[in-house]
Design a protein around this ligand. Sequence first.
Ligand SMILES: [Zn+2]
Length: 452
Amino acid sequence: MKIQFLGAAQTVTGSKYLLSANGSRVLVDCGLYQGVKTLRLRNRQPLPLAATAIDAVVLSHAHIDHSGFLPALYRQGFRGPVYCSPATLDLCKVLLPDAGFLQEEDARYANRKHFSRHSPAEPLFTEDDAQRVLRQFRVLETGLAHPLVNGLGLRLVPAGHILGACSLVLDDGHRCAVFSGDLGRSHDPLMRAPEHPGHADYLVVESTYGDRVHEVIDPEQSFAKLICETIGRGGIVLIPAFAVGRAQLVLHILQKLKARGAIPDVPVYLNSPMAIRATDIFCAHQTEHRLSREDCEAIDEGTIRVRTVEESQALTRSSYPSVIISASGMASGGRVLHHLKSLVGDHRNSVVFVGFQAPGTRGAAMVAGAAQIKIHGGWFPVRAQVHGLDALSAHADAGELLDWMRGFPEPPRHTFVTHGEPAAADALRLRIKDELGWRVSVPEYRDEVALD
Ligand SMILES: [Zn+2]
């Protein structure tokens, strides 16, 4: 067995690991790089092998930084199967075509403004590529070992995090490699705790919050407090949220707070067509999360869905006190930008970030206290209150990652720490070495290691 790190090496995006075993090549996750430009440019770099030489892709979950390069791989000639859990397929059906649409939009915009070095600018992939690669998906039941190719087997183990998210266990009959995927929290209000894969000869573990422990606060209470304060001074609460995962958690918490009278009965808007569809998919997979049918009905009844562009524009013009949830979660694009433009300059309003903010994104700049932000080419002063509620994150913190690793009956022969910024990955590496006494390293982009 051999592994090559083609993404998420000392960064949080672009998850992509090439596993070679028994003469076959399997790509574990196929994510898009996001955030700073030097990373985004890697989406355009050729892979070290032809896409046609990849036998199969396996996906840990649907988030674009794990699945979003698939349509590009299709464009480069990949025609093999893509294995994942049933909910991951349902979410990819929403996320991938939308990602293709955005790529085409970006290329059109670059051509209109003539700022592309390539003329005309070519999209990395299109909505049509996304629709076509979706036909190659094969869903697998979780918990069981499935044969993939040439004696290589795959087992999906639920990992919390978001609907359908799994850790991946790949076994070539000789060695078994475990990929944690993104690990959820042990006491998430929305998702069940991650299950444990049991045994690993080699482990690839995420480290998004490898240098941090989430505050022990009651996120509902902090949420209620800042909503009451904002509404009390006549302001609007804007929550940029990932369409899949945190948007559903925020909607659930808001309904609970309203039901017990902890916040005023102001309108709650969900302004993201993708988050609207993701919420429907979430509620359709009733057995895979912690919310009851009644909880889902409460979300349904208590949320005003903003679907059309006209409705969205009307909401942007409104100054009536309300709560607005809109994507994207790091304010890097989407409808949330229009709300930011109209709300961020007024001290009465609040902007609440509820997930990890990758470096280079507007969200990261705002949480760090930026005095002004650039949107659509113009600068806007930040006078609204900006909050970062890490306690609502869908990622395990350092302590929870270590607890999950303590579940292995014996130390893996080697552990690779990925999916974290350099400081976070290295902090987790040190704790694994010192507290667990395991052999561990932080691989670099394109490192290749034999798994004997
Ligand atoms: Zn994720």
